[in-house]
Design a protein around this ligand. Structure first.
Ligand code: UDP
Length: 364
């Protein structure tokens, strides 16, 4: 029996892992152990996802959060290392680009345990983003790299020099798998549209440090949202970090429907029924596309560049006028289906490749 340790820490990682963990459970030759670093820890950002997505209960819960990047990564590294030594797994599996991803990959690679990285090869080419630093390092030290898109494959091929020790696979995007699986359940169970009495509305999420921690940018984004709020409802499931900064900067949200973060099933429903999406989230950009909604990206660049190149999303930054202008351009845009993100079987491809890798390594 092979043993895999999966490192999870924040909301999008819970969603990304849902179908991969199911596949690992179905594959009876692998035992998966979850370490939850505690980066997101409260009910609305963590527990609700474990409940709704029926995720495996973490064997280890580290409670490491609300620290500066160095301290957070350092503490995670120390605690994950201890667990990896004790459990001695055949592989460590990490997702995305957070401090949990970095700490997990570093701890494992220093102990000579192979690392598999899901969502490899994404680049914003903006090293001011902490996530970009994490991605670059994690990709450099991983053995199995699962790319969600063609662009991600191309990025890695340019960067990776020693190709002998690693395997790069175009798997497709695990978030697409999750969307397909859970949208059927969301359609049956979510009552959020009725509860919020919504008709025509825009859905907005904001949580990136580059927007939230900057008073001028956050004020400008919210004045654009208030302007849009004069035409239609603007629903904002508010990230705890953004909530804190709105308070700190005394930004008013008078004509906006600011709500608490919602579970994944309600989020799918909110996205599916919206007229347009405004977001700085990576995950929501793609989900909007899966559900054929035009998107205003509240950033200067994106890792999901195919959405912009094909006119499905518009890079709009944080300036009020640009956001409003692009909102006008995008509001009635029809979004065509396209196979950028695979066929919805990324999780199967990933688990097949992992199994193959582990078998080969065992035989050596
Ligand atoms: N999401 C959610 N509830 C919310 C807001 C977002 O379930 O109130 C989901 C969203 O559908 C997507 C993921 O969380 O799947 C995106 O996470 P986030 O924006 O925190 O991070 P990013 O995608 O930028 O890494």
């Amino acid at each position: 029996m092979n043993k895999i340790i999966t490192i999870l820490g924040n909301r999008p990682q819970f969603i990304k892992s849902a179908l991969v963990s199911r596949e690992l459970t179905n594959n009876r030759k692998i035992k998966e152990i979850i370490i939850h670093t505690g980066q997101h820890f409260d009910f609305k950002m963590s527990k609700i996802f474990f409940d709704q997505l029926d995720l495996k209960k973490p064997k280890y819960f580290l409670k490491i959060n609300n620290l500066n990047h160095g301290a957070m990564t350092g503490r995670m590294l120390e605690e994950i290392e201890e667990i990896v030594i004790k459990e001695n797994p055949n592989m460590v599996l990490v997702y995305g680009d957070t401090n949990s991803t970095l700490a997990g990959a570093l701890a494992a690679s220093k102990l000579n345990i192979p690392v598999a990285h899901i969502e490899a090869g994404l680049r914003s080419f903006n090293r001011k983003m902490p996530e970009e630093i994490n991605r670059i390092i994690v990709d450099k030290i991983s053995n199995l790299l699962f790319c969600p898109t063609k662009t991600a494959m191309e990025n890695l091929k340019k960067e990776i020099i020693n190709k002998k020790e690693i395997k790069i696979v175009k798997s497709g995007d695990v978030m697409y798998d999750s969307m397909i699986y859970f949208s059927a359940i969301s359609n049956e169970q979510s009552k959020i549209i009725k509860e919020l009495k919504l008709k025509e509305y825009a859905l907005c999420t904001i949580h990136r440090a580059e927007n939230t921690d900057n008073k001028e940018k956050l004020t400008s984004i919210f004045s654009a949202l208030k302007k849009i709020g004069e035409k239609m409802d603007v629903v904002i499931p508010i990230h705890p970090r953004t909530k804190n900064y709105l308070k700190k900067y005394k930004i008013k949200t008078k004509n906006l429907k600011v709500i608490e973060p919602v579970g994944y099933l309600d989020m799918i429903k909110l996205t599916q029924s919206a007229k347009i999406i405004l977001t700085d989230s990576g995950g929501l950009q793609k989900e909007a596309f899966f559900l054929q909604k035009p998107t205003i990206i509240l950033r200067e660049e994106t890792e999901w560049i195919e959405l912009v190149e094909n006119g499905f999303a518009s890079l709009s930054g944080s300036k009020k006028n640009k956001i409003i202008k692009n909102f006008g351009k995008m509001i009635n845009k029809k979004i065509k289906k396209n196979g950028f993100y695979g066929k919805g079987n990324a999780s199967q491809i990933i688990v097949n490749q992992i199994t193959h890798y582990l078998n080969e390594n065992h035989n050596n």
